[in-house]
Design a protein around this ligand. Sequence first.
Ligand code: ADP
Length: 485
Amino acid sequence: MKILFVTSEIHPLVKTGGLGDVSHALPPALRQAGMDVRVLVPGYPGVMSRVSKASVVCTLEALAPIWSPARLLEAQLEESGVPLWVVDCPSLYDRPGGPYQAPDGNDWEDNALRFGFLCHVGAWLCNAPSPLSWRPDVVHCNDWQSGLIPALLRHRQPPPVPSVITIHNLAFQGNFDPLWVTRLGLPMESFHMQGLEFYGHLSFLKAGINYADRITTVSPRYAQEIQTPELGCGLDGLLRHRSADLVGILNGIDESWDPAHDPALPAAFDDRRLVAGKRRNKVLLQKDCGLTKDPDVPLLGLVSRLTYQKGIDLLLDALPALMAHPLQLALLGSGEAIMESRLREAARAYPGRMGVTLSFDEPLSHRIIAGCDLFLMPSRFEPCGLAQMYAMRYGTPPVVRETGGLADTVVDCTEEALREGKATGFSFRNAASEDLTAAVQRALAAYEDRKEWRQLQKTGMRRDFSWKRAASDYVGIYRALASPG
Ligand code: ADP
């Protein structure tokens, strides 16, 4: 079966969060499951610099002269050999900054055009006018950036290629001025509540949810949560309406996240060489982060986008109570200016005990996840979350808020769960700093009992977080769509 996988991020070429990791790992897992999958991405500088040996598949001027010059290039993903199709359109994608934001932190003003064009190319590859002989049986869209594809397909004849949209985060919706409806070649008749319109705006994500044949999201718990007013971001009514076509499939983690073979780590370890390996990573991390060298003090880590979603303010508010205990913190993140400045200030208040790095640093993220004793994810909501799974894999029990994928992946260390050998971390229910503090206090008490702690670590390290299971669920959806009935 032929699958076109459209994404706006793919690690290691371009990544701002979990979508980049998923796009890196899921297509190879689908290929292993027998799918002929091709990945379509925009040609940002980070992508173009890695596809120097790409061949030109075709030009894209036919789509609209205003976007010219534009070409479709083909390369291959390293290791997996999955074909990568790159939309090379310098006027839209060749600029410094991130995939969605300019260097000043503001969204690119022409994002509707940048991702509208990606959607046009994706839809075109599904349709008869495309000069390519390869036509997908199913198109798999991801988040708002490819959300217009199902709408574009629905307005075409003959019967369109079926589509799936995966919601990685409902909070990002791609809502734009309604002027873009006609500018992007969409029929004005579809600009209504049951179509593309969302509170007077053109919504890419709503278009995807409305017109895709199936909707998936990245954990079963989040699939439930987004149907509630609390976490539905205004789209809960529509999602309830489409609940028969909505399913949560838990993300896996990439095999390269393996403490026994991770080039970013100063010392390799696994569940049999755990204590010495982690200790070495810990002391070197303490040095890296400007913390006092002390292999015995509990070291808490966090690697995150610094946003309200991630509950960074809960951690900041909990600091006085947490710092009353003998512990250290190693934090890595980038994001909202207010969070960054509060963290900087806090680090100054606890010299030698709190190390804060405000950047996006992939190798350091690995060293923190490996070198810490506990990993913090106090998220207000979390569609799936990958970092807590990496942490468990690296013998670093996570402390998480019980929401979304965090609730689906972390087994709270109750007496019963521990006795049954199921506990992998610590969770708390309410998004309140006191609840976070209480969960960390429970974790610190468990840390004192070395035997109990080893068991907790090893249970997490041995959990199966492979992509194989998720890939087989997606294949089931593709098959059902490609041969209905
Ligand atoms: P989200 O997609 O909401 O940001 P996830 O936990 O699903 O959250 O994925 C986040 C990914 O991005 C993880 O791989 C995490 O380690 C990584 N990450 C987040 N912030 C940073 C950072 N500042 N430096 C390096 N990696 C980061």
